[in-house]
Structures are given as structure tokens and as C-alpha cells.
Design a binder for this molecule. Structure first.
Ligand code: SPV
Ligand code: MG
Length: 431
């Protein structure tokens, strides 16, 4: 009896999967791998049901003889242990980043004369409808809110990209890359006060009001499913902050980060070049406590951001504040720096981690951008936020285009570096 293997990374079985299984059955005994959650979220949708439920769903299929767990996106381990005569998959993996997985399988099979079978991918109204329903479920407040906490247990470091509109949200949502045989995507989105303000042509001084900031969240939420970390600036007055917490929680935002500054807030990247006042430990702890008392779900996180290094108050002050904020109930600590070297951030992380193994650590490597995610993770960082790179990449491109149209009195010279019209009109999903 020959063995035929396929791997499922789905939380619903539809006619496309049945088609693959019916095909597979003709070749021999069908073994199905269920991709682990950790592997699935590297390039695919976040699962809406538990891994055990996904396993059971596949086990119940009559065409399936055996179910195994596939721990990795690439098939090396499975092929080594199972040595299937055939591997079967929908032909959709011939395009896009998933091609790397197909290449991996092809190479592995060649080593011992196994055969790869691509069956035409099933995509019709019904499959699209099932797809839409899962996406809708993932975007619901309950699902989305708790996803950040889930990711913190599943990812070595949660990679977060700044977004400030529907279109930037779609970039964070949909971008998947293949590099050196590895697939990757962003885990979460950051609604930056800086970039939300810049998009509106305003300074980052808590001038853009909460109603407008919530509008941005809503625009992003309408077209995405990934969790949102909201830059709450100082959180404002304690009496106001509690209302913000409730609103964010209700909307399905996963976390708010508030910084320990008071009075007229200026962007941290100005450092001590402008007048900025740090809050007292006591008052900021009161704000954290008030927020924690107000929130209604267990999934929402209030993360305390420490500005001591930005304001050159020293490492001891930063660590003292971290301890106090955690004691006050903060669900995470963000430590910020505007130095080009990551050394002070790493020193903070090492010391903090030696005292506290649990509390999530968040960093924003804008100025110390040479550091890699792996290095950060090795120093105990759990969330990395790329806080403004999308805005900073779009602005010079748009400005140059405006300049060139003025220069040449026509658009031909700029056209070759623009997204083709066909691509821009198909970028957005239609219902
Ligand atoms: C933001 O993105 O608005 C931030 C991070 O608060 S920073 O600009 O580095 O202060
Ligand atoms: Mg900000």
C-alpha cells in the first residue's frame, strides 16, 4: 500500500479539501498533517478554533487513515519520518510566497523518488463565502482583543507594524514574504500617535482628539483581522483615561500603551531638545490602577511606557518605575530610547528580566534600528514595534512624484515607478 501525504492548515473543511482527499485516496493510504498553530500563524490566518479541534475535525474525515502533527511550515521532518510515496496539495501554492514550501517539498521528494501532485485549487462562491465568514469572525472584538495575549504565548517576538488608515492596515494584514526559505508576516498593528497625527498634518502633541483617533482604529478594523496596540499618549486625565479604556476594549483593541509624561506631551524622539515633564511614579501608578479597575475583560492589556531614558533620568529611575508600574497592575512595560546604539535598551531589558521573568517587554527600535528581532528576543523582549516606517517610506515617494509632475508638466516620467492601475483597483477586496 502506497502512502500519500497532505498538510492542512485550515479551521474549516470545505469542498476544496474534500476534493484533495478524494484525489489522494486513489493513490493509497491518506495521511494528513495538521499544521501546528505556531507554524500556521507564520504565513496564514490565525486559527479560530483550538488546535485540538482542528485535529479532531480532520480525524473525523472518512478518507483519512492517519493524522499527524506537522510542527514546521517546511516538510523536512515529516518527509524524513514518513517517506510518503506522494505528496498532494492544491495548486495555489505555485504562486506567491507559498511557492517556497512547494520548492521545499519538490526537493525532498526528489531525494528518494517521491511524487508531487498538484490538484486544481477549488475557489468558488461557496468557498469564498466560508473564507469571508472566518475573516469576519477573526475581526470581531472578542476574537481580535484576546489575540495579542495568545500571540505572546506563541511567538518568540510579536512583530508589530504602524498603520494609520485602511490601506496601511491592509499592508500589515496581507504582506507575507519568503526569504531564505522562511515565511513571515506581521503579527499585530500599532496605531501610532505620531503617524496618526502626521496623516492629518498635525503635530504629535495630543492635539488629534480621541474621537478622531478612534475613527482611525475603526478604518483599520473594518478591513483587517490582526490585533491592535493603541498608542494612548499620556492617557490624559485619569478621569478621562478610564473612558478611553472602556471604548478601546469595546472596539476590540488588544492593548493601550500610555507613557509616563504629563502636561503638554511632545514626541519622544525630540528627547531633551524640547521641554517635557515626566509624571510622578505615584500619579502614573494611580492612572494604571484606575484603568485596570475599569476594564471589563481579562484580555485587554494596559502597558506602561517609561520615558526615563528619553528624558535622561538614568537607568535606576527607569528600573524603579518599571517595578512600580508592574506592582500597580501594568500588563507590560515599554521602554523607549532615542540612542543609535541599543546598549541602554538591552541593559534595561537584561536587568528587568533578571528580576521579572513574566511581564511582557515592548520596544520601539526606531533610532537603534540595527538590532534584529532575534537579538531583542534573546534579551527578553516580547513585542517589537516598527512605529513609523510606513509613513516615512510613503512621504518621500509622494513628494518626489509631486515634484516630478511639476518638473515635466506631465505624468509619464513618474509612471514607471507607480503601482499599475490594474493592481491598485484589485488591491481592495470586494464583497
Ligand atoms: C509613536 O509612534 O507615536 C510613538 C513612538 O509614540 S515614538 O514616536 O518613538 O515616540
Ligand atoms: Mg506616540
Amino acid at each position: 500500500m502506497k502512502t500519500i501525504y497532505t498538510c492542512f492548515c485550515t479551521d474549516v473543511i470545505h469542498e476544496g479539501h474534500i476534493n484533495i482527499l478524494n484525489h489522494a485516496r486513489q493513490y493509497g493510504e491518506v495521511v494528513v498533517g495538521v499544521l501546528s498553530d505556531a507554524a500556521m500563524i507564520r504565513y496564514n490566518r490565525f486559527p479560530t478554533i483550538s488546535f485540538q479541534e482542528r485535529l479532531k475535525m480532520v480525524e473525523e474525515l472518512s478518507q483519512v487513515s492517519k493524522v499527524i502533527v506537522q510542527e514546521d511550515i517546511m516538510y523536512d521532518e515529516v518527509v524524513r519520518t514518513l517517506q510518503p510515496d506522494y505528496i498532494i496539495h492544491g495548486d495555489n501554492w505555485k504562486q506567491g510566497p507559498e511557492r517556497a514550501i512547494r520548492d521545499n517539498v519538490e526537493k525532498l521528494l526528489q531525494q528518494y523518488g517521491g511524487t508531487l501532485i498538484d490538484v486544481p485549487y477549488t475557489y468558488n462562491e461557496q468557498v469564498k463565502h466560508i473564507d469571508d465568514k472566518i475573516k469576519e469572525k477573526l475581526s470581531m472584538p472578542e476574537f481580535r482583543r484576546r489575540r495579542l495575549r495568545q500571540l505572546l504565548t506563541m511567538r518568540p517576538i510579536v512583530k508589530t507594524l504602524e498603520v494609520h488608515s485602511g490601506i496601511t492596515g491592509l499592508i500589515a494584514e496581507k504582506t507575507v514574504v519568503e526569504h531564505n526559505g522562511e515565511l513571515d508576516q506581521f503579527d499585530a498593528m500599532w496605531i501610532s500617535s505620531l503617524c496618526d497625527s502626521i496623516a492629518k498634518g498635525k503635530p504629535d502633541i495630543e492635539l488629534v482628539d480621541m474621537t478622531s483617533r478612534f475613527r482611525t482604529i475603526d478604518d483599520v478594523m473594518e478591513v483587517t483581522t490582526k490585533p491592535i496596540i493603541f498608542d494612548g499618549d499620556t492617557g490624559g486625565l485619569i478621569e478621562h483615561f478610564v473612558y478611553t479604556v472602556r471604548s478601546l476594549e469595546r472596539m476590540g483593541v488588544s492593548a493601550v500603551i500610555i507613557e509616563d509624561k504629563t502636561g503638554l506631551k511632545k514626541n519622544s524622539l525630540f528627547g531633551t531638545e524640547v521641554m517635557q515633564t515626566q509624571d510622578t511614579i505615584e500619579h502614573f501608578c494611580e492612572k494604571i490602577k484606575a484603568g485596570k479597575r475599569t476594564q471589563l475583560t481579562d484580555s485587554f492589556m494596559i502597558i506602561a511606557r517609561i520615558e526615563s531614558l528619553i528624558l535622561e533620568k538614568g537607568m535606576d529611575d527607569a528600573l524603579k518605575r518599571a517595578r512600580a508600574y508592574v506592582k500597580a497592575g501594568a500588563d507590560g512595560i515599554m521602554i523607549h530610547s532615542r540612542k543609535e546604539s541599543p546598549s541602554e535598551i538591552l541593559a534595561f531589558c537584561d536587568q528587568f528580566r533578571s528580576e521579572d521573568k513574566q511581564t511582557p517587554l515592548v520596544v520601539v527600535p526606531t533610532s537603534y534600528h540595527s538590532i534584529t528581532e532575534q537579538e531583542l528576543s534573546e534579551h527578553g523582549v516580547n513585542i517589537v514595534i516598527y512605529a513609523n516606517q510606513l509613513t516615512r517610506s510613503a512621504f518621500p515617494a509622494m513628494e518626489q512624484t509631486a515634484k516630478d509632475i511639476l518638473k515635466y508638466h506631465r505624468a509619464q516620467e513618474v509612471d514607471e515607478r507607480l503601482l499599475p492601475i490594474k493592481d491598485i483597483i484589485t488591491l481592495i477586496d470586494t464583497l
